[in-house]
Design a protein around this ligand. Structure first.
Ligand code: AMP
Ligand code: ZN
Length: 469
Protein backbone atom coordinates (compact mmCIF):
# COMPACT_ATOMS: atom_id res chain seq x y z
CA UNK A 1 0.00 0.00 0.00
CA UNK A 2 1.26 3.45 -0.90
CA UNK A 3 0.79 6.60 1.15
CA UNK A 4 1.89 10.04 0.05
CA UNK A 5 1.54 13.54 1.42
CA UNK A 6 -0.83 15.33 -0.94
CA UNK A 7 -0.36 19.12 -1.06
CA UNK A 8 -3.99 19.41 -2.20
CA UNK A 9 -5.53 17.70 0.83
CA UNK A 10 -2.73 18.77 3.20
CA UNK A 11 -2.39 15.28 4.63
CA UNK A 12 -0.95 11.85 3.94
CA UNK A 13 -3.45 9.91 1.83
CA UNK A 14 -3.54 6.43 0.43
CA UNK A 15 -2.46 6.60 -3.19
CA UNK A 16 -4.78 4.90 -5.68
CA UNK A 17 -4.24 5.43 -9.39
CA UNK A 18 -7.28 6.24 -11.53
CA UNK A 19 -6.66 3.22 -13.75
CA UNK A 20 -5.66 0.21 -11.66
CA UNK A 21 -1.99 -0.62 -12.17
CA UNK A 22 -1.17 2.51 -14.19
CA UNK A 23 0.04 5.90 -13.07
CA UNK A 24 0.13 9.14 -15.06
CA UNK A 25 2.83 11.39 -13.64
CA UNK A 26 3.77 14.92 -14.67
CA UNK A 27 6.83 16.69 -13.32
CA UNK A 28 7.66 20.33 -14.04
CA UNK A 29 10.90 20.27 -15.96
CA UNK A 30 13.74 22.70 -16.38
CA UNK A 31 13.56 26.13 -17.91
CA UNK A 32 16.37 25.69 -20.39
CA UNK A 33 18.06 29.07 -20.21
CA UNK A 34 21.04 27.97 -18.14
CA UNK A 35 22.59 24.86 -16.61
CA UNK A 36 20.37 23.34 -13.93
CA UNK A 37 21.80 23.67 -10.42
CA UNK A 38 21.89 20.94 -7.83
CA UNK A 39 18.85 22.47 -6.09
CA UNK A 40 16.89 21.68 -9.24
CA UNK A 41 18.40 18.20 -9.18
CA UNK A 42 17.21 17.64 -5.64
CA UNK A 43 13.74 18.04 -7.04
CA UNK A 44 14.33 15.73 -10.02
CA UNK A 45 16.01 13.16 -7.75
CA UNK A 46 12.99 13.19 -5.40
CA UNK A 47 10.74 12.61 -8.40
CA UNK A 48 13.01 9.79 -9.48
CA UNK A 49 12.69 8.11 -6.07
CA UNK A 50 8.92 8.51 -6.32
CA UNK A 51 8.81 6.99 -9.80
CA UNK A 52 11.12 4.12 -8.85
CA UNK A 53 8.97 3.41 -5.76
CA UNK A 54 5.85 3.23 -7.95
CA UNK A 55 7.65 0.90 -10.37
CA UNK A 56 8.99 -1.31 -7.56
CA UNK A 57 5.40 -1.50 -6.25
CA UNK A 58 4.39 -3.13 -9.53
CA UNK A 59 2.77 -0.09 -11.16
CA UNK A 60 3.31 1.05 -14.71
CA UNK A 61 4.28 4.71 -14.91
CA UNK A 62 3.79 7.09 -17.79
CA UNK A 63 6.07 9.98 -16.93
CA UNK A 64 5.89 13.30 -18.73
CA UNK A 65 8.39 16.05 -18.03
CA UNK A 66 8.17 19.31 -19.92
CA UNK A 67 11.01 21.46 -21.13
CA UNK A 68 10.20 25.15 -20.80
CA UNK A 69 11.93 26.46 -23.89
CA UNK A 70 10.07 29.74 -24.23
CA UNK A 71 9.44 32.18 -21.39
CA UNK A 72 10.77 35.51 -20.13
CA UNK A 73 14.15 34.03 -19.15
CA UNK A 74 14.85 32.00 -22.31
CA UNK A 75 14.01 34.96 -24.52
CA UNK A 76 16.30 37.27 -22.55
CA UNK A 77 19.11 34.70 -22.62
CA UNK A 78 18.90 34.06 -26.36
CA UNK A 79 18.99 37.79 -27.02
CA UNK A 80 22.00 38.28 -24.76
CA UNK A 81 23.86 35.56 -26.68
CA UNK A 82 22.47 36.75 -30.04
CA UNK A 83 21.27 33.24 -30.89
CA UNK A 84 17.90 32.08 -32.22
CA UNK A 85 15.78 30.78 -29.32
CA UNK A 86 15.89 27.12 -30.46
CA UNK A 87 19.66 27.13 -30.85
CA UNK A 88 20.12 28.81 -27.48
CA UNK A 89 17.89 26.34 -25.58
CA UNK A 90 19.34 23.27 -27.40
CA UNK A 91 22.62 23.55 -25.50
CA UNK A 92 20.86 23.50 -22.11
CA UNK A 93 18.49 20.70 -23.10
CA UNK A 94 21.50 18.54 -24.01
CA UNK A 95 23.29 19.44 -20.78
CA UNK A 96 20.19 18.53 -18.80
CA UNK A 97 19.98 15.07 -20.38
CA UNK A 98 23.68 14.45 -19.70
CA UNK A 99 23.28 15.55 -16.08
CA UNK A 100 20.30 13.34 -15.30
CA UNK A 101 22.23 10.39 -16.69
CA UNK A 102 25.14 11.17 -14.37
CA UNK A 103 22.69 11.26 -11.46
CA UNK A 104 21.07 7.97 -12.50
CA UNK A 105 17.69 9.63 -12.90
CA UNK A 106 15.42 7.52 -15.09
CA UNK A 107 14.40 9.41 -18.21
CA UNK A 108 10.77 10.44 -18.66
CA UNK A 109 8.67 8.75 -21.36
CA UNK A 110 7.93 12.06 -23.05
CA UNK A 111 9.71 15.41 -22.91
CA UNK A 112 7.33 17.83 -24.59
CA UNK A 113 8.81 21.20 -25.41
CA UNK A 114 6.64 24.25 -24.91
CA UNK A 115 7.45 25.51 -28.41
CA UNK A 116 6.02 22.28 -29.85
CA UNK A 117 2.72 22.52 -27.99
CA UNK A 118 1.56 26.03 -28.94
CA UNK A 119 -1.65 24.96 -30.79
CA UNK A 120 -2.84 23.04 -27.70
CA UNK A 121 -2.16 26.10 -25.53
CA UNK A 122 -4.10 28.36 -27.88
CA UNK A 123 -6.99 25.88 -27.81
CA UNK A 124 -7.05 25.87 -24.02
CA UNK A 125 -7.03 29.67 -23.87
CA UNK A 126 -9.81 29.78 -26.48
CA UNK A 127 -11.96 27.53 -24.27
CA UNK A 128 -11.38 29.83 -21.29
CA UNK A 129 -12.15 32.80 -23.49
CA UNK A 130 -15.40 31.25 -24.75
CA UNK A 131 -16.43 30.56 -21.16
CA UNK A 132 -15.85 34.20 -20.23
CA UNK A 133 -13.10 33.35 -17.74
CA UNK A 134 -10.31 34.75 -19.91
CA UNK A 135 -10.34 38.24 -21.35
CA UNK A 136 -8.14 40.38 -23.57
CA UNK A 137 -6.87 43.52 -21.89
CA UNK A 138 -5.91 46.87 -23.42
CA UNK A 139 -2.33 45.69 -23.72
CA UNK A 140 -3.67 42.92 -26.08
CA UNK A 141 -2.53 40.18 -23.70
CA UNK A 142 -5.06 37.61 -22.52
CA UNK A 143 -5.55 37.14 -18.78
CA UNK A 144 -7.28 34.66 -16.52
CA UNK A 145 -9.86 36.40 -14.34
CA UNK A 146 -9.49 35.00 -10.83
CA UNK A 147 -12.73 36.73 -9.79
CA UNK A 148 -14.60 34.52 -12.28
CA UNK A 149 -13.21 31.36 -10.75
CA UNK A 150 -14.44 30.97 -7.16
CA UNK A 151 -12.39 27.79 -6.69
CA UNK A 152 -9.12 29.74 -7.08
CA UNK A 153 -6.90 28.87 -4.13
CA UNK A 154 -7.04 25.11 -3.73
CA UNK A 155 -3.36 24.55 -3.01
CA UNK A 156 -2.60 27.65 -0.99
CA UNK A 157 -5.03 29.48 1.23
CA UNK A 158 -6.31 32.59 -0.49
CA UNK A 159 -8.05 35.36 1.37
CA UNK A 160 -10.70 36.21 -1.20
CA UNK A 161 -11.61 39.45 0.57
CA UNK A 162 -8.17 40.85 -0.11
CA UNK A 163 -8.28 39.87 -3.78
CA UNK A 164 -7.40 42.76 -6.04
CA UNK A 165 -10.16 42.43 -8.59
CA UNK A 166 -9.16 43.48 -12.08
CA UNK A 167 -5.47 43.92 -11.26
CA UNK A 168 -3.23 42.14 -13.74
CA UNK A 169 0.22 40.65 -13.65
CA UNK A 170 2.09 39.83 -16.81
CA UNK A 171 5.22 38.36 -15.23
CA UNK A 172 5.31 34.57 -14.84
CA UNK A 173 6.70 34.59 -11.32
CA UNK A 174 5.11 36.58 -8.52
CA UNK A 175 4.48 36.30 -4.80
CA UNK A 176 1.16 35.47 -3.16
CA UNK A 177 0.65 39.02 -1.95
CA UNK A 178 0.79 40.26 -5.55
CA UNK A 179 -1.79 37.70 -6.65
CA UNK A 180 -3.78 39.02 -9.60
CA UNK A 181 -5.23 38.04 -12.97
CA UNK A 182 -2.37 36.24 -14.62
CA UNK A 183 -1.26 36.16 -18.25
CA UNK A 184 -2.35 33.26 -20.46
CA UNK A 185 -1.17 34.82 -23.71
CA UNK A 186 1.37 37.62 -23.74
CA UNK A 187 1.00 40.06 -26.61
CA UNK A 188 4.21 40.48 -28.60
CA UNK A 189 6.33 43.47 -27.72
CA UNK A 190 9.72 44.62 -28.90
CA UNK A 191 11.54 42.85 -26.07
CA UNK A 192 10.38 39.54 -27.61
CA UNK A 193 12.37 40.15 -30.82
CA UNK A 194 11.91 37.28 -33.25
CA UNK A 195 9.89 35.15 -30.86
CA UNK A 196 6.14 34.99 -31.42
CA UNK A 197 3.23 32.96 -32.75
CA UNK A 198 -0.01 34.03 -34.39
CA UNK A 199 -3.16 33.52 -32.35
CA UNK A 200 -6.81 34.68 -32.39
CA UNK A 201 -5.62 37.53 -30.10
CA UNK A 202 -2.74 38.60 -32.29
CA UNK A 203 0.94 37.75 -32.28
CA UNK A 204 2.37 36.72 -28.93
CA UNK A 205 3.56 33.86 -26.79
CA UNK A 206 2.13 31.72 -24.01
CA UNK A 207 2.44 32.43 -20.29
CA UNK A 208 4.45 29.87 -18.35
CA UNK A 209 1.51 28.37 -16.43
CA UNK A 210 -0.62 27.55 -19.47
CA UNK A 211 2.34 25.66 -20.91
CA UNK A 212 2.18 22.98 -18.20
CA UNK A 213 -1.62 22.76 -18.29
CA UNK A 214 -1.52 22.07 -22.02
CA UNK A 215 1.49 19.76 -22.06
CA UNK A 216 0.32 17.58 -19.17
CA UNK A 217 -3.21 17.03 -20.51
CA UNK A 218 -1.96 16.43 -24.03
CA UNK A 219 -0.16 13.29 -22.86
CA UNK A 220 -1.96 12.27 -19.67
CA UNK A 221 -5.57 13.35 -20.19
CA UNK A 222 -7.72 15.98 -18.54
CA UNK A 223 -7.54 14.24 -15.16
CA UNK A 224 -4.44 12.37 -14.10
CA UNK A 225 -2.80 10.93 -11.01
CA UNK A 226 0.33 12.77 -9.96
CA UNK A 227 1.89 16.17 -10.45
CA UNK A 228 5.16 17.16 -8.79
CA UNK A 229 7.64 19.97 -8.44
CA UNK A 230 9.59 21.97 -5.89
CA UNK A 231 7.74 23.77 -3.12
CA UNK A 232 8.28 27.12 -4.88
CA UNK A 233 6.03 25.83 -7.69
CA UNK A 234 3.00 25.68 -5.37
CA UNK A 235 2.20 29.34 -5.91
CA UNK A 236 1.58 30.72 -8.40
CA UNK A 237 2.57 28.06 -10.93
CA UNK A 238 0.56 25.07 -9.75
CA UNK A 239 -2.31 27.13 -8.35
CA UNK A 240 -2.67 28.75 -11.76
CA UNK A 241 -2.37 25.42 -13.58
CA UNK A 242 -5.27 24.02 -11.53
CA UNK A 243 -7.42 27.11 -12.17
CA UNK A 244 -6.84 27.08 -15.94
CA UNK A 245 -7.28 23.35 -16.42
CA UNK A 246 -10.31 22.91 -14.20
CA UNK A 247 -12.03 26.03 -15.51
CA UNK A 248 -11.47 24.94 -19.12
CA UNK A 249 -12.11 21.21 -18.81
CA UNK A 250 -14.83 21.19 -16.16
CA UNK A 251 -13.24 18.31 -14.27
CA UNK A 252 -10.61 17.68 -11.63
CA UNK A 253 -7.11 18.26 -12.95
CA UNK A 254 -4.82 16.20 -10.72
CA UNK A 255 -5.56 13.89 -7.79
CA UNK A 256 -2.22 14.00 -5.97
CA UNK A 257 0.20 16.92 -5.83
CA UNK A 258 3.64 16.32 -4.35
CA UNK A 259 6.28 18.95 -3.64
CA UNK A 260 9.80 18.66 -2.31
CA UNK A 261 11.34 21.14 0.10
CA UNK A 262 14.30 23.14 -1.06
CA UNK A 263 17.95 22.40 -1.14
CA UNK A 264 19.42 25.25 0.87
CA UNK A 265 22.84 26.77 1.41
CA UNK A 266 23.35 28.50 4.75
CA UNK A 267 19.59 28.51 5.27
CA UNK A 268 18.80 30.11 1.91
CA UNK A 269 17.22 28.43 -1.11
CA UNK A 270 19.83 27.59 -3.72
CA UNK A 271 18.84 29.62 -6.73
CA UNK A 272 20.23 31.32 -9.78
CA UNK A 273 18.90 34.70 -8.72
CA UNK A 274 20.67 34.59 -5.34
CA UNK A 275 23.89 33.46 -7.03
CA UNK A 276 24.48 30.79 -4.34
CA UNK A 277 24.38 27.83 -6.67
CA UNK A 278 26.52 24.98 -7.90
CA UNK A 279 25.87 23.23 -11.17
CA UNK A 280 26.44 19.50 -11.31
CA UNK A 281 29.62 20.12 -13.27
CA UNK A 282 30.92 22.40 -10.49
CA UNK A 283 30.54 19.63 -7.92
CA UNK A 284 31.96 16.94 -10.22
CA UNK A 285 34.96 19.18 -10.81
CA UNK A 286 35.62 19.12 -7.08
CA UNK A 287 36.19 15.39 -7.38
CA UNK A 288 32.82 13.98 -6.34
CA UNK A 289 31.03 11.39 -8.46
CA UNK A 290 27.45 11.46 -9.72
CA UNK A 291 26.76 8.54 -7.41
CA UNK A 292 27.98 10.45 -4.35
CA UNK A 293 25.99 13.53 -5.31
CA UNK A 294 22.86 11.44 -5.86
CA UNK A 295 23.34 9.91 -2.42
CA UNK A 296 23.29 13.35 -0.80
CA UNK A 297 20.31 14.52 -2.86
CA UNK A 298 18.11 11.55 -1.98
CA UNK A 299 19.08 10.76 1.59
CA UNK A 300 17.08 13.53 3.29
CA UNK A 301 13.30 13.07 3.48
CA UNK A 302 11.91 15.05 0.57
CA UNK A 303 9.63 17.31 2.64
CA UNK A 304 12.54 18.45 4.77
CA UNK A 305 15.02 21.13 3.66
CA UNK A 306 18.30 19.65 2.57
CA UNK A 307 21.30 21.64 3.69
CA UNK A 308 23.94 21.23 1.01
CA UNK A 309 27.55 20.95 2.14
CA UNK A 310 30.77 19.30 1.03
CA UNK A 311 30.89 17.60 4.40
CA UNK A 312 27.65 15.81 3.47
CA UNK A 313 29.34 14.65 0.26
CA UNK A 314 32.31 13.32 2.23
CA UNK A 315 29.93 11.46 4.53
CA UNK A 316 28.16 10.04 1.47
CA UNK A 317 31.52 8.82 0.21
CA UNK A 318 32.14 7.05 3.52
CA UNK A 319 28.70 5.40 3.45
CA UNK A 320 29.17 4.25 -0.12
CA UNK A 321 32.57 2.79 0.77
CA UNK A 322 30.84 0.72 3.47
CA UNK A 323 28.32 -0.49 0.91
CA UNK A 324 31.11 -1.28 -1.57
CA UNK A 325 33.11 -3.23 1.00
CA UNK A 326 30.03 -5.32 1.80
CA UNK A 327 29.30 -5.95 -1.90
CA UNK A 328 32.90 -6.96 -2.61
CA UNK A 329 32.88 -9.36 0.31
CA UNK A 330 29.67 -10.96 -0.94
CA UNK A 331 30.95 -11.19 -4.51
CA UNK A 332 34.06 -13.00 -3.28
CA UNK A 333 31.82 -15.60 -1.67
CA UNK A 334 29.26 -15.84 -4.46
CA UNK A 335 30.76 -18.66 -6.52
CA UNK A 336 31.64 -22.16 -5.50
CA UNK A 337 29.57 -24.74 -3.63
CA UNK A 338 26.04 -25.49 -4.79
CA UNK A 339 24.62 -26.00 -1.28
CA UNK A 340 21.37 -24.13 -0.61
CA UNK A 341 21.46 -20.92 1.41
CA UNK A 342 20.96 -21.15 5.17
CA UNK A 343 17.30 -20.33 6.00
CA UNK A 344 18.34 -17.46 8.28
CA UNK A 345 20.27 -15.88 5.41
CA UNK A 346 17.27 -16.19 3.08
CA UNK A 347 15.16 -14.60 5.82
CA UNK A 348 17.69 -11.78 6.25
CA UNK A 349 17.57 -11.00 2.51
CA UNK A 350 13.76 -11.11 2.32
CA UNK A 351 13.33 -9.08 5.46
CA UNK A 352 15.61 -6.30 4.16
CA UNK A 353 13.86 -6.16 0.78
CA UNK A 354 10.40 -6.06 2.35
CA UNK A 355 11.20 -3.51 5.06
CA UNK A 356 13.01 -1.26 2.60
CA UNK A 357 10.09 -1.15 0.17
CA UNK A 358 7.61 -0.58 2.99
CA UNK A 359 9.64 2.42 4.22
CA UNK A 360 9.60 3.96 0.76
CA UNK A 361 5.90 3.27 0.31
CA UNK A 362 5.25 5.40 3.42
CA UNK A 363 5.68 8.82 1.83
CA UNK A 364 9.15 8.00 0.46
CA UNK A 365 10.87 7.62 3.79
CA UNK A 366 14.38 7.22 2.40
CA UNK A 367 15.98 7.84 5.79
CA UNK A 368 14.15 4.84 7.24
CA UNK A 369 15.04 2.90 4.07
CA UNK A 370 18.74 3.69 4.52
CA UNK A 371 18.41 2.58 8.13
CA UNK A 372 17.13 -0.78 6.88
CA UNK A 373 20.02 -0.99 4.40
CA UNK A 374 22.73 -0.34 6.98
CA UNK A 375 21.18 -2.75 9.49
CA UNK A 376 21.18 -5.31 6.70
CA UNK A 377 24.85 -4.65 5.99
CA UNK A 378 25.73 -4.97 9.67
CA UNK A 379 23.81 -8.25 10.01
CA UNK A 380 25.15 -9.58 6.71
CA UNK A 381 28.72 -8.83 7.78
CA UNK A 382 28.15 -10.58 11.13
CA UNK A 383 26.72 -13.60 9.35
CA UNK A 384 29.79 -13.72 7.09
CA UNK A 385 32.10 -13.38 10.12
CA UNK A 386 30.30 -16.35 11.65
CA UNK A 387 30.78 -18.38 8.45
CA UNK A 388 27.03 -18.67 7.85
CA UNK A 389 27.05 -17.32 4.28
CA UNK A 390 27.78 -19.82 1.51
CA UNK A 391 27.70 -19.08 -2.24
CA UNK A 392 23.91 -19.35 -2.52
CA UNK A 393 23.50 -17.20 0.59
CA UNK A 394 25.86 -14.55 -0.82
CA UNK A 395 23.85 -14.51 -4.03
CA UNK A 396 20.61 -14.01 -2.13
CA UNK A 397 22.11 -11.13 -0.18
CA UNK A 398 23.41 -9.60 -3.43
CA UNK A 399 19.93 -9.92 -4.96
CA UNK A 400 18.45 -8.11 -1.96
CA UNK A 401 20.95 -5.29 -2.53
CA UNK A 402 20.01 -5.15 -6.22
CA UNK A 403 16.33 -4.99 -5.31
CA UNK A 404 16.96 -2.09 -2.91
CA UNK A 405 19.06 -0.41 -5.59
CA UNK A 406 16.15 -0.41 -8.02
CA UNK A 407 14.91 2.52 -5.97
CA UNK A 408 18.07 4.03 -4.48
CA UNK A 409 20.30 3.64 -7.55
CA UNK A 410 23.45 4.29 -5.55
CA UNK A 411 24.67 0.78 -4.71
CA UNK A 412 25.94 -0.21 -8.15
CA UNK A 413 29.45 1.27 -8.48
CA UNK A 414 29.99 3.76 -11.25
CA UNK A 415 31.83 2.64 -14.36
CA UNK A 416 34.10 5.62 -13.75
CA UNK A 417 34.73 4.39 -10.20
CA UNK A 418 36.17 1.19 -11.60
CA UNK A 419 38.17 2.81 -14.34
CA UNK A 420 39.10 6.47 -13.88
CA UNK A 421 37.88 8.04 -10.62
CA UNK A 422 35.91 11.29 -10.94
CA UNK A 423 38.53 12.99 -8.78
CA UNK A 424 41.26 12.16 -11.29
CA UNK A 425 39.12 13.43 -14.16
CA UNK A 426 38.40 16.65 -12.29
CA UNK A 427 42.07 17.21 -11.49
CA UNK A 428 42.93 16.58 -15.12
CA UNK A 429 40.44 19.20 -16.22
CA UNK A 430 41.87 21.67 -13.74
CA UNK A 431 45.36 20.85 -14.99
CA UNK A 432 44.32 21.44 -18.60
CA UNK A 433 42.93 24.85 -17.56
CA UNK A 434 46.17 25.66 -15.71
CA UNK A 435 48.26 24.71 -18.78
CA UNK A 436 46.04 26.84 -20.98
CA UNK A 437 46.65 29.74 -18.60
CA UNK A 438 50.40 28.90 -18.74
CA UNK A 439 50.39 28.38 -14.98
CA UNK A 440 53.04 25.65 -15.09
CA UNK A 441 53.55 25.54 -11.34
CA UNK A 442 49.88 24.80 -10.71
CA UNK A 443 49.82 22.33 -13.60
CA UNK A 444 52.75 20.42 -12.05
CA UNK A 445 51.13 20.44 -8.63
CA UNK A 446 47.95 19.01 -10.11
CA UNK A 447 49.93 16.33 -11.93
CA UNK A 448 51.48 15.39 -8.56
CA UNK A 449 48.06 15.10 -7.00
CA UNK A 450 46.97 12.83 -9.84
CA UNK A 451 50.09 10.71 -9.33
CA UNK A 452 49.37 10.53 -5.61
CA UNK A 453 45.99 9.04 -6.45
CA UNK A 454 47.75 6.28 -8.41
CA UNK A 455 47.20 7.59 -11.92
CA UNK A 456 49.27 9.00 -14.71
CA UNK A 457 47.95 11.30 -17.38
CA UNK A 458 49.53 11.36 -20.82
CA UNK A 459 48.74 14.30 -23.05
CA UNK A 460 47.88 13.01 -26.52
CA UNK A 461 46.49 14.84 -29.57
CA UNK A 462 43.15 13.12 -28.85
CA UNK A 463 43.05 14.43 -25.30
CA UNK A 464 44.30 13.02 -22.00
CA UNK A 465 45.00 9.32 -21.70
CA UNK A 466 44.76 7.79 -18.22
CA UNK A 467 47.12 5.07 -17.07
CA UNK A 468 46.67 3.27 -13.74
CA UNK A 469 50.03 2.92 -11.98
P1 AMP B 1 13.09 26.04 -12.69
O1 AMP B 1 14.04 25.62 -13.79
O2 AMP B 1 13.54 27.23 -11.91
O3 AMP B 1 11.66 26.12 -13.16
O4 AMP B 1 13.11 24.86 -11.60
C1 AMP B 1 12.93 23.51 -11.94
C2 AMP B 1 12.46 22.72 -10.73
O5 AMP B 1 13.44 22.78 -9.67
C3 AMP B 1 11.16 23.25 -10.12
O6 AMP B 1 10.31 22.17 -9.83
C4 AMP B 1 11.61 23.99 -8.88
O7 AMP B 1 10.61 23.98 -7.90
C5 AMP B 1 12.80 23.16 -8.44
N1 AMP B 1 13.78 23.92 -7.63
C6 AMP B 1 14.35 25.12 -7.90
N2 AMP B 1 15.24 25.48 -6.93
C7 AMP B 1 15.22 24.46 -6.02
C8 AMP B 1 15.94 24.23 -4.78
N3 AMP B 1 16.84 25.07 -4.29
N4 AMP B 1 15.67 23.07 -4.12
C9 AMP B 1 14.78 22.17 -4.61
N5 AMP B 1 14.08 22.34 -5.77
C10 AMP B 1 14.30 23.47 -6.47
ZN1 ZN C 1 5.14 23.39 -14.68
Amino acid sequence: MLHFYNSLTHRVDEFQPIQPGKVGMYTCGPTVYNYAHIGNFRCYAFEDILKRTLLASGLQVKHVMNLTDVDDKTIRGSQAEKLPLQQFTRKYKDAFFADIKTLRILPADVYPAATETIPEMIQLIQTLFDKGIAYQAEDKSVYFSIAKWPKYGQLVNIDRDSMRIGVRIKMDEYAKDSMADFALWKAWDEADGEVGWDSPWGRGRPGWHIECSAMSSKYLGKTFDLHCGGIDNLFPHHEDEIAQSEAANGCKFVNTWMHCAHLVVDGQKMSKSLGNFYTLKDVLAKGYSGREIRYVLISTYYRQSLNFSFQALDEARGNLQRIDAFTTRLKDLASGSSDPAAPEITALANDAKGKFLSALQEDLNVSAGLGVLFDFIRDGNRAMDAGKVNAAGANELLKALASIDQILAVIEPEAADVSVPAEVIALTEQRAAARKAKDWTLADQLRDQITALGWEVKDTPKGPQFVKK
